[in-house]
Design a binder for this molecule. Structure first.
Ligand code: AMP
Ligand code: TRP
Length: 334
């Protein structure tokens, strides 16, 4: 088993990133056996699709590295690095640009969403973003890729590129990766609007719980979260048509490793006045140790850079045989 996943180092991490992505990475890392390996990286080469000042970009990479370590990624057990330190990603991306078809990329919904109405004005990087993502995965012959639901289409594209490259060049080089999409908490919703994803780009900070929020801020956000006047039902089926209530129950269920049914059973007949403090308490206790480690780690840039350097050396060595074989299959002499 080779597990691999990436996250863009842009801005602050929030509860959605933690429950939807990072926590699952930590779980997979902790369940690994001796023949398996985990690769987790900061997709800084992908993040050039959003303009950022130089200093901010440098800060973002170190902060995200600190956040991952704080959340439980162990750089001694997992290979933790940033893409820019491993040129194999950019190199393989270029080779795969010969394999990927414009028609395939035209179907990518994330490009359509992010380019918006001004497609002509979008960067080429945004368009070929999924090819770089395929290179990230295929360079390591990853077998399992834990991602959120929104990345499913990009994983299918990586499989299509792998299969076409293998057949075009008559090789059995690239492994077709499988996405690992968590069933629960695949989508944590905004605390202000149960129909919108919790997101770092929401203008209201009350809509999300940041990994840097202190105990009081977390409790205040939970207490002010949008809910409804009804009581909690006996079972989760009674939450139908109540998106805010479903979201809050779902968060508590995920945090306490229970089903939404079990959470409903505990609070049946009670209102959100009783539910919210209980949820806030669990959130505070879960996030406090992560926040404390994060704030400590981010004061030592040299230590963070050393972690990323070490990870990059391991990653480069792991990617090298595949990269060399890809050049060779195409008749490109390095
Ligand atoms: P982003 O910050 O949107 O680039 O997402 C980084 C990672 O966090 C991806 O794996 C997303 O699928 C995941 N993620 C982002 N927002 C949420 C959310 N509201 N609920 C669950 N997962 C999320
Ligand atoms: N595109 C992914 C996201 O926005 C991040 C990413 C980049 C990724 N490369 C990857 C995820 C490779 C999994 C595998 O969340």
């Amino acid at each position: 088993m080779r597990v691999l996943s990436g996250i863009q180092p842009t801005g602050n991490l929030h509860l959605g990133n933690y429950l939807g992505a990072i926590r699952n990475w930590v779980k997979m890392q902790d369940e690994m056996d001796a023949d398996s390996q985990c690769f987790f990286f900061l997709a800084d080469m992908h993040s050039i699709t959003v303009h950022e000042a130089r200093e901010q970009r440098i800060r973002n990479v170190r902060d995200m590295a600190a956040a991952l370590v704080a959340a439980g990624i162990d750089p001694d057990r997992s290979v933790l690095f940033n893409q820019a330190r491993v040129p194999a990603h950019a190199e393989l991306c270029w080779l795969l640009n010969g394999t990927a078809r414009i028609g395939w990329l035209n179907r990518m919904t994330q490009f359509k969403d992010k380019a918006g109405k001004d497609r002509e004005g979008a960067s080429v990087g945004l368009f070929v973003y999924p090819v770089l993502q395929a290179a990230d995965i295929l360079a390591y012959n990853a077998t399992h890729v834990p991602v959120g639901e929104d990345q499913k289409q990009h994983l299918e594209l990586a499989r299509d590129i792998a299969a076409k490259f293998n057949s075009d060049f008559g090789v059995d080089l690239f492994t077709l990766p499988d996405p690992i999409i968590p069933k629960e908490s695949a989508r944590i919703m905004s605390l202000r609007d149960g129909s919108a994803k919790m997101s770092k780009s929401d203008p209201s900070d009350m809509s999300r719980i940041n990994l840097t929020d202190d105990d009081d801020a977390i409790m205040a956000k939970v207490k002010k979260a949008k809910s409804d006047q009804e009581m909690l039902p006996e079972t989760a089926a009674g939450l139908a048509g109540r998106p805010e209530a479903s979201n809050l129950v779902g968060i508590l269920a995920t945090l306490t490793a229970r089903t939404p049914d079990a959470v409903c059973a505990e609070f049946a007949g009670k209102g959100f006045g009783a539910f919210k403090p209980a949820l806030g308490e669990v959130l505070v206790e879960t996030l406090r140790p992560i926040r404390q480690r994060f704030l400590e780690l981010r004061t030592d840039d040299a230590a963070l850079d050393a972690i990323l350097d070490k990870g990059a050396a391991k990653a480069a060595a792991a990617a090298e045989p595949t990269l060399r074989a890809a050049y060779d299959a195409m008749g490109l002499m390095r």
